[in-house]
Design a protein around this ligand. Structure first.
Ligand code: NAD
Length: 477
C-alpha cells in the first residue's frame, strides 16, 4: 500500500476527485490517502499562501500528491498556489500528454498524439520583477544550465521509455541568444547521447503555429516554462476538450498529479463536469508509483467507456455519442468496464514502464571568467542621448562609455531619429584593450554618477566566459 496526499480543491474539484477515487478503489489501486485542506477556504481564512503547514508536511512525507483544481480568489495579495507548489517542491518537469480519441471525441486533429514536456520552475516564472523608473518595469528571465539539463534529459529519457521517435525543442534563440540559446545548446548536447531519437528545433512562433495546425507531425515537445504554459494549453484544447487532459509535475523527491483545467465554478455542484482529466492524471500517478497493472486496467476501462459513446456534456456530440451522462454516472460506467479493453482506441500497455529517475546535476568545470565592463542603467528624463553621454563620459578609468541604448536599441553614438526613448537608459562601459577590467572601477563609476546627480537604478557586470562574450550587443551596434 502506498500512502498519497489528496486535495479535493474547489468548484468542480470535489466532484471529479470523488469520481476518480471511486474508480481507483474499484480498480484495486494499492493506495491509501490522507486528505488535506487546500485552496479557496484556506485563502479566505486569511492565509494568503492558500496552504497550511500541516498540508506541506503531508505532501513532503507521502511524496505523491493527487490534486483537484482550486480557485484563486480575485484581487491582490493571493499568491498562485500552483506556482508555489511547483517551485517549493522542485517539481521541475510538467508532463502533459495530449492525444485525440477520434472518432469518439470530436477533433480537427484525429491523428494527434503529442506529449508536451514543459520546464516548470525557471524562465520568467522566477517571479523577479521590479519597477525601475516611472515608465519602465522589468521581469527577469532566468534560464540555468542545471534547469535545462534536467528538463531536456527528462524529455529524452521519457521518449526512450515510452518508445517515442522524435523530440522537438521550441525556443526563441534567434532573439534571446543567451537565455533561449542556452536551452537550445543543452538540447543539442544531450541529443547526441540519444542517437535513436530524432531531435529537431523550431523557433517557438512558427513551431507553435505548426503544432496547432498539424500536431500529427509532432511527437514529444520540450520547451521553457512560458512557451510551455501557452503551447500546452493550445495542444490540450485542440485534442478535444480541456476536460480530458491530465498532467504530472515531477521533482527529484515529490510529484504532483492534476487535471490541466481549473475549478470551473460556473458548472460546480451540477454533476456535469468531466472527471477524465483528473482520472488520466491519476493513471500517470499509478505509473509513477510502480502500479502499472492498475494504471492499465483503469486506462482500458476509460477508453472502453469513451468508445461506447458514454460522454459528459463537454464532449457529447449527437453524431458520435450515445449517452449523455453526469460525473458520477460516467465514473460508474468506467467502473462497470473494469477488465474490458478498447476495441479501436489503443490498448494501454504500461507493464514495462518504470518511474523515471534522472541523474543529479553535476557542476561543470569552472570557466575562466573575465570582467570586461559594466552596464549602468539610469533613470533620466531627458531626450537627447548626447547630453546624457556628455555627463557620463567625464568619468575616466580603465572602462569607458562605449554605448547608450534605450529599450535595447542603440541611441548613442549615432542612433536613429525615429527611435522612441523612455526614461530608462542603459549606459555601457567597456575596457578598451583585451585585459580584464578592474572590479573597483565599478563602485568608483557609481560614486562618480552619484556626484554628477545621475540616478543609477541598477548595474549588470559584463563578463567573458572562456573567451566567449556573455552579454548581448545593443540592437544597431
Ligand atoms: P477553467 O479551466 O476552470 O474553465 C474553463 C472552461 O472549461 C469553462 O467553460 C469550464 O466550464 C470548462 N471546464 C473546465 N474543466 C471542465 C471539466 N472537467 N468538465 C467540463 N468542463 C470543464 O478555467 P477558468 O474559468 O479560467 O478558471 C476558474 C478557476 O480555476 C480560477 O479561479 C482559476 O484561478 C482556477 N484555475 C486553477 C487551476 C488549477 O488548480 N490547476 C488551473 C487553472 C485555473
Amino acid at each position: 500500500m502506498q500512502k498519497i496526499t489528496v486535495a479535493k480543491g474547489d468548484g468542480i474539484g470535489p466532484e471529479i476527485m470523488n469520481a476518480t477515487l471511486s474508480i481507483l478503489k474499484a480498480a484495486k489501486a494499492r493506495i491509501t490517502y490522507e486528505e488535506i485542506e487546500f485552496g479557496e477556504k484556506v485563502y479566505l481564512s486569511g492565509n494568503t499562501s492558500g496552504i497550511q503547514k500541516s498540508a506541506w508536511d503531508s505532501i513532503r512525507k507521502n511524496k505523491v500528491f493527487l490534486k483537484a483544481p482550486i480557485t484563486t480568489p480575485q484581487g491582490g495579495g493571493y499568491k498562485s498556489l500552483n506556482v508555489t507548489m511547483r517551485k517549493a517542491l522542485g517539481l521541475y518537469a510538467n508532463v502533459r500528454p495530449c492525444k485525440s480519441f477520434h472518432p469518439f471525441v470530436a477533433t480537427k486533429h484525429p491523428q494527434m498524439d503529442v506529449v508536451i514536456i514543459r520546464e516548470n520552475e525557471e524562465d520568467l516564472y522566477a517571479g523577479i520583477e521590479h519597477q525601475q523608473t516611472d515608465e519602465v518595469v522589468q521581469c527577469l528571465k532566468l534560464i540555468t544550465r542545471p534547469g535545462c539539463e534536467k528538463i531536456v534529459r527528462y524529455a529524452f529519457e521519457y521518449a526512450k521509455l515510452y518508445k517515442r521517435k522524435k523530440i522537438s525543442c521550441l525556443t526563441k534563440d534567434n532573439i534571446m541568444k543567451h537565455t533561449d540559446g542556452l536551452f537550445h545548446q543543452v538540447f543539442k548536447e544531450i541529443a547526441t547521447e540519444y542517437p535513436d531519437i530524432e531531435a529537431d528545433n523550431w523557433i517557438v512562433d512558427i513551431g507553435a503555429a505548426k503544432l496547432a495546425d498539424t500536431p500529427e507531425d509532432f511527437d514529444v515537445v520540450v520547451l521553457p516554462n512560458l512557451y510551455g504554459d501557452v503551447v500546452s494549453d493550445i495542444t490540450a484544447q485542440i485534442s478535444g476538450s480541456v476536460g480530458l487532459a491530465g498532467s504530472a509535475n515531477i521533482g527529484e523527491s515529490c510529484a504532483m498529479f492534476e487535471a490541466i483545467h481549473g475549478s470551473a465554478p460556473a458548472i460546480a455542484g451540477q454533476n456535469i463536469a468531466n472527471p477524465s482529466g483528473l482520472l488520466r492524471a491519476a493513471v500517470m500517478m499509478l505509473n509513477h508509483i510502480g502500479q502499472q497493472d492498475v494504471a492499465e486496467v483503469i486506462k482500458n476501462a476509460w477508453s472502453s467507456t469513451i468508445e461506447d459513446g458514454i460522454h459528459t456534456p463537454d464532449i457529447y456530440k449527437s453524431d458520435v455519442s450515445l449517452q449523455r451522462v453526469g460525473t458520477q454516472e460516467f465514473a460508474q460506467a468506467v467502473i462497470d468496464r473494469i477488465g474490458l479493453k478498447p476495441k479501436q482506441l489503443n490498448v494501454a500497455e504500461y507493464a514495462k514502464n518504470v518511474r523515471l529517475d534522472i541523474p543529479k546535476y553535476t557542476r561543470k568545470k569552472q570557466s575562466n571568467k573575465m570582467l570586461k565592463g559594466v552596464d549602468v542603467f539610469v533613470d533620466w528624463k531627458g531626450e537627447d542621448a548626447n547630453l546624457l553621454a556628455t555627463s557620463l563620459r567625464q568619468f575616466n578609468s580603465d572602462i569607458k562609455l562605449t554605448m547608450i541604448t534605450n529599450r535595447g536599441v542603440k541611441v548613442w553614438p549615432e542612433g536613429f531619429e525615429e527611435t522612441f526613448c523612455t526614461d530608462h537608459w542603459r549606459c555601457r562601459y567597456e575596457v578598451e584593450n583585451g585585459h580584464p577590467a578592474e572590479k573597483s572601477s565599478i563602485p568608483a563609476l557609481l560614486n562618480h554618477a552619484i556626484e554628477a546627480g545621475v540616478d543609477v537604478i541598477k548595474t549588470e557586470n559584463l563578463y567573458e566566459f572562456d573567451g566567449q562574450r556573455g552579454y548581448s550587443l545593443g540592437q544597431g551596434q
